[in-house]
Ligand binder design. Sequence first.
Ligand code: HGY
Ligand code: MN
Ligand code: MN
Length: 419
Amino acid sequence: MPPSPRPANLAIDSTRLMSRLAALGRVGALPGGGVCRLALTDTDRQGRDRVVGWMRDLGLAVTVDRIGNVFGLRPGAEEGPPVVIGSHIDTVATGGLYDGALGVLAGLEVVNVLNDAAIRTRRPVAVAFFTNEEGARFAPDMMGSGVLSGHLDLAEMLSSVGIDGATLGDDLARIGYAGETPVGAIAAHCYLELHIEQGPVLDAEGIAIGAVTGVQGICWTEYRFKGQTNHAGTTPMTMRRDAGYAAARLAVEARRVALETGGAQVATVGRFGVTPGLTNVVPGEALLTTDLRNTDGAVLAAADARLQAFAREVAAAEGVALETRALARFDPVAFDPALVGLVEETARGLGHSVRRMPSGAGHDAQMFAPHCPSAMIFVPSKGGISHNITEHTDPAQIAAGAGVLLRVALEKAGVESDE
Ligand code: HGY
Ligand code: MN
Ligand code: MN
């Protein structure tokens, strides 16, 4: 076999990458643009099948583990743990074309380039997508990678019930991705993830590449208030046990705690509903969720504790019962400094502007970071918009990120002809 061309001569095929992104974007496409591929729905299955088809076309050995994580493995000259390039293909209900999909399809593009150039890497390379990264239908997020990393319990996740009443394990079997491979069977030599920033920094500063230093902590809590449905007209204000009022107070307090805490603290009440939800009925029940994040784990925990104490006070004052449930608890993580440095140098070596930055969004990389050297490459999100059907990143920016991923992956996997 002729000697492998030196990696410097390699380049990703941007047209091919963009066409795969467009093809996957047609799975679960929404009428007004964007995509909805909620985890373990039929559109998620179709997306999975599409990507597995590409994995097979590229000659990858495909395995599915017991939580439905999918790995496509390309052998290296040596046995051993692969360089894993991963992300997710499930989306939120108002998803964009790039959140998750970019990282998986850029990984396939890296394999495509290696195949076309007949390059044998020293280490194996694997491209992977993980189950339910978004946590939109079944909490928590980063579920598949969380089980893989031992942070979440497999049986507990398989029995988790979604916001629509479905049981995760049943849906995993229904879509044909209840794999046989034990979770964790493939241990990563290192983990790389290309992802859109989903925030405003790179776009505002006109910077092409983010060398991500780590991911902030995440704390999701569900609050259920139970009062008494009653007549909106006849019930004196002093006799009400209004679950909706208690929930509304808590929602306002979440914003206040975030602003008062300051720094990196953010708070979102993403789910808010009252029952029976009728104009002339005092709500007997109310459910809301809080999503708190902070780069500082202790400050994050304190903010959540403050909100839970407030919820108890408001419930007591209004005479309603309160049930809380922890939906997600993930600590902040730091990525491998050497790998972050490699991302930064590689971007600079390719002539791209680059800056170090933390990630405001959670990612599968957050689950790998405690177990193997992990790093992320960010590309800009137009206007910082994401989890929104108008999410956009320019093809040239995508190509720049994929080019950095190619070189970093090659550096970590090595080339057979390397001495
Ligand atoms: O919640 C997150 O940050 C990610 O989108 N799962
Ligand atoms: Mn994502
Ligand atoms: Mn997301």
